[in-house]
Write a protein that binds this ligand. Structure first.
Ligand SMILES: *Cc1c(COP(=O)(O)O)cnc(C)c1O
Length: 394
């Protein structure tokens, strides 16, 4: 326990973020934990070495720097233990490798992050795991998809690019009833707006690259586990020999301090733009869970305590030409992957791999990451994009 013992347990989330991962008394009063660069850790004698009676034994197994971030995330997720991985995608693949073996069956939500699907269709399939996708709208029907050899139910809510919502507690319950582990990619909400373990999920996955890092300057992932799944998760991480670099770890610790106030701004600006976009003729639909018009709104409202800065618009008609006209007219929104940083970004979503949760039929889907710029400027930029789409119609 490196947290201060007197930290307020019922504190609000900004207070918890400011206090998280801090142990000034352990480090000569310095507010932040030191950044330990290391591989070898020395032991005082053979007896200590043989008994492993020393907290740190080798940097792959953890340092005070990685411990600080793991404990900060445990505090936010309410987890028994957290592992850190060098990307969000590794935070998806390592728990799947930990809990799946040849002959097993995995159920994955069809609106999952595309690289998660690619991993399942390539590596998991090659390992001899039967991979099956389910409709995010499956509801209680998920139970009928469970097989005796189903070991993992993999969830993501809201869904990537199209933001489908699910009843997480119901899905986790079905997984457990069949003897499977429930994993959820919680990157969109962060632990501030959704705490999966409180809804029955065993393993909560994050791309720390996004809001926790917050500055588009690093890649990292985390998996926060309940007591039942933590040892197997940690053992697999160590067997694979994967941990994270100290400088990036300290950047995520830094990012966490401001994540609450950044998210408030991302949320507020995204909602303002989403509401405005709903009234624009060029837009057929806005896919944002916090909009009352959105099909998954009730499920979002009953489970989540906030929304972040990522949502999509469906253009009214057209295809790639119209999407490109919109995107190429933008000057503030960058064209680039990832999200959760300070800057606004836009991409056209490729939903061609969907089997069940099909792409909207009205027109192309454009995903917007609303950054920390002034919302009036972002709105003017989007207006330019929509005007470029209109010019194609003349
Ligand atoms: C970005 C993202 C990831 C992967 O994170 P990287 O750090 O880019 O590998 C995983 N899941 C979701 C939902 C993401 O948006």
């Amino acid at each position: 326990m490196t947290h201060d013992d007197d930290r307020p347990t019922s504190a609000g989330h900004n207070t918890r973020l400011v206090r998280s991962g801090a142990n000034p008394r352990g480090f000569h009063g310095f507010v932040n934990p030191p950044v330990y660069h290391g591989s070898t850790v020395l032991f005082p004698d053979t007896a200590t070495m043989r008994s492993r009676g020393q907290k740190y034994t080798y940097a792959l197994r953890g340092t005070p720097t990685t411990d600080a971030l793991e404990e900060a995330l445990d505090g936010l997720e309410g987890s028994a233990g957290t592992i850190l991985l060098p990307s969000g995608l590794a935070a998806v693949t390592v728990p799947l490798l930990a809990f799946l073996s040849a002959g097993d069956h995995v159920l994955i939500v069809d609106s999952v992050y595309t690289p998660t699907r690619r991993f399942a269709d390539s590596v998991l399939t090659r390992m001899g795991v039967a991979v099956e996708y389910f409709d995010p709208a499956v509801g209680e029907g998920l139970a009928s998809l469970m097989r005796p050899e189903t070991r993992v139910v993999f969830l993501e809510a809201p869904g990537s690019n199209t933001f489908e919502m699910m009843d997480i507690r119901a899905a986790s319950g079905i997984a457990h009833a069949g003897g499977a582990v429930a994993m959820l990619d919680n990157t969109w909400a962060t632990p501030l707006y959704f705490r999966p373990l409180e809804h029955g999920v065993d393993l909560s996955i994050h791309a720390l690259t996004k809001y926790p890092g917050g500055h588009s300057d690093l890649l990292m992932g985390s998996v926060s586990a309940n007591a039942a799944t933590y040892d197997r998760l940690r053992d697999t991480q160590m067997a694979l020999g994967i941990n994270v670099a100290p400088d990036d770890t300290s950047l995520v610790l830094r990012g966490l301090k401001t994540m609450g106030i950044r998210l408030e701004r991302h949320q507020e600006s995204a909602l303002q733009l989403a509401h405005w976009l709903e009234g624009c003729d060029e837009v057929a639909r806005v896919l944002h869970p916090a909009l009352p018009s959105f099909s998954g709104h009730a499920l979002w409202k009953s489970q989540f305590s906030g929304s972040s800065g990522l949502f999509s618009i469906v253009l009214r008609g057209g295809g790639m030409t119209e999407a490109a006209a919109f995107l190429d007219a933008l000057k503030l929104f960058g064209l680039g992957y990832s999200w959760g940083g300070f800057e606004s970004l836009a991409v056209v979503a490729d939903l061609s791999d969907r089997i069940l949760a099909k792409a909207p039929s009205e027109g192309p889907v454009i995903r917007l990451q609303i950054g920390l710029e002034d919302v009036a400027d972002l709105r003017a930029d989007i207006e330019n994009g929509l005007a470029a789409v209109n010019r194609l119609k003349d």
